[in-house]
Design a protein around this ligand. Structure first.
Ligand SMILES: [Zn+2]
Length: 465
């Protein structure tokens, strides 16, 4: 649930800039991440002692690459002008974060919500100021911004939360009414998108004056604040000093409904090539298919009701699946596999169908656990259904382990090129059968700390013998 954030800090020699050591910058950014409930996944530091924007900033470029690969949800910088020295750079940055779907850019000096035009404008202004390299102008504009923020004209700089007055303690009645209405509509099945349209038609905006977006609306409705609770790293930690607008029970239900990956309907049907094939290196549990909050497919070692895992492993599906497909294709051309297969007798059983049934049952188990966690089925119902599926899985696994899998690989051994050409046209069940014919399972290790690009070294295929 927590946003995965990157921190960017820069050592600069601008004489009039507030010169803080990079450690201090990082400490401020880390503290901000904690306040926002974001998890810092990577820190980037450039030693940019030249004031000229033309100077190369390798860590900044690296951060952009990592944003492109999509493992960062948010960016924190110490000050607005740390990030960009040139308007050109800023536009490039906007393009990259828009493409990656990032809406959150936080600064220690004040938030910029890049989903709003105001936020973009402010970033552009500050970017232009930085490019001008006039420290005097920077300070003057900054003061102007502070003035504007204080008089409530600009969105930047820690605005009040929706539903509350500026003191952040007093409930604002009209907005509270809207929150109650929206909460009950979500709980009765209304979609964020249709509610945004409705709010727009009624000319009800966010406190910045910008129209509601599903992203912003969802964040507001999932916040612990509106039920008078405090949260830390996304978890509710207790009652707050301000009163609630809705009840804590409502917040729990909203979080369950809005955090439910099945709500994400804008994606193509789930295709999890490696369902049931990945094992957690930390605890040995089988990873389950579970999309990230943004809908990107992922496999996780899931903990909580119905899950046996430790919660220590999470990996995006796409890169991993490409890696495993490559490994399979490579393996098909090795003499070991060919000789092993020719030694075996052909079996008539359809390995492909069994593998597909197995994968489908794994998915069913995951879905059942979600239903139970959401309170949609009772524990007794869940256990009953689970034991039935478990039995079938055990039986199918035994069946599969007896098979040689040769049927799935017919015509492909020593002919990886042929398979590669037709791979994307094969039905998922067939792809799964081919993978399962070559690989028994894949061990997934934890990500290296601070590393958020796809790291093939984390994954070890265990070849079928
Ligand atoms: Zn685990």
């Amino acid at each position: 649930m927590a946003q995965e954030a990157a921190i960017y800090a820069r050592i600069s020699s601008d004489p009039d800039d507030t010169r803080l050591g990079v450690e201090r910058q990082l400490a401020d950014c880390r503290a901000l991440a904690v306040r926002k409930g974001w998890v810092v996944v990577r820190e980037y530091v450039d030693n940019d002692i030249s004031a000229s924007g033309a100077k190369r900033r390798p860590q900044y470029r690296q951060m952009l690459e990592d944003i492109k690969t999509g493992d960062v949800d948010a960016v924190i910088v110490w000050a607005d002008d740390r990030l960009h020295r040139q308007p050109k750079e800023l536009e490039e940055f906007f393009e990259i974060i828009d493409a990656a779907g990032i809406k959150d850019l936080a600064t220690v000096s004040g938030d910029m919500d890049l989903s709003t035009d105001d936020g973009k404008l402010k970033a552009r202004i500050l970017g232009a100021v930085a490019a001008n390299e006039s420290a005097k102008l920077t300070r003057r504009i900054r003061r102007k911004h502070e003035e504007l923020a204080q008089t409530g004209k600009l969105s930047g700089g820690g605005h009040r939360p929706y539903g509350f007055e500026d003191d952040r303690l007093t409930i604002r009645l009209d907005e509270a009414q809207t929150i109650k209405e929206l909460a009950s509509r979500v709980l009765s099945g209304d979609s964020l998108r249709s509610m945004c349209r409705d709010l727009d038609e009624r000319r009800l905006s966010t406190i910045t004056g910008a129209p509601w977006t599903p992203h912003v609306l969802r964040r507001m409705l999932m916040s612990a604040r509106i039920s008078g609770q405090r949260e830390h790293l996304g978890e509710i930690v207790g009652p707050a000093e301000w009163p609630g607008i809705i009840t804590p029970a409502d917040t729990a239900r909203l979080r369950s409904v809005l955090g439910d990956p099945r709500r994400r309907t804008n994606r193509s049907p789930r295709r999890y090539l490696l369902a049931g094939m990945l094992r957690c290196q930390l605890c040995g549990a089988t990873l389950v298919a579970r999309p990230k909050m943004d809908g990107r497919r992922a496999y996780v070692c899931a903990k909580g009701p119905g899950f046996a895992g430790c919660g220590g492993i999470s990996t995006l599906a796409e890169d991993l699946e490409s890696l495993i497909i490559e490994a399979v294709l490579f393996r098909l051309d090795t003499p070991t596999l060919a000789s092993r297969l020719t030694r075996r007798t052909k079996e008539t059983t359809d390995a492909s169908a069994t593998a597909a049934a197995l994968a489908a049952d794994q998915t069913r188990l995951d879905e059942l656990a979600v239903l139970f966690a959401d309170g949609e089925i009772r524990k007794a119902e869940w256990l009953k259904a689970r034991s039935r599926i478990d039995e079938r899985i055990t039986a199918n696994k035994k069946k599969l382990s007896r098979m040689t899998y040769t049927s799935a690989l017919d015509g492909f051994v020593g002919n990886s090129e042929g398979l590669r050409k037709m791979w994307s046209d094969l039905p998922l069940a067939r792809q799964q059968a081919v993978v399962a014919a070559v690989i028994d399972h894949v061990v997934a290790g934890p990500a290296l700390k601070g590393r958020n690009r796809f790291d093939p070294k984390r994954f070890t295929p265990v070849w079928r013998r």
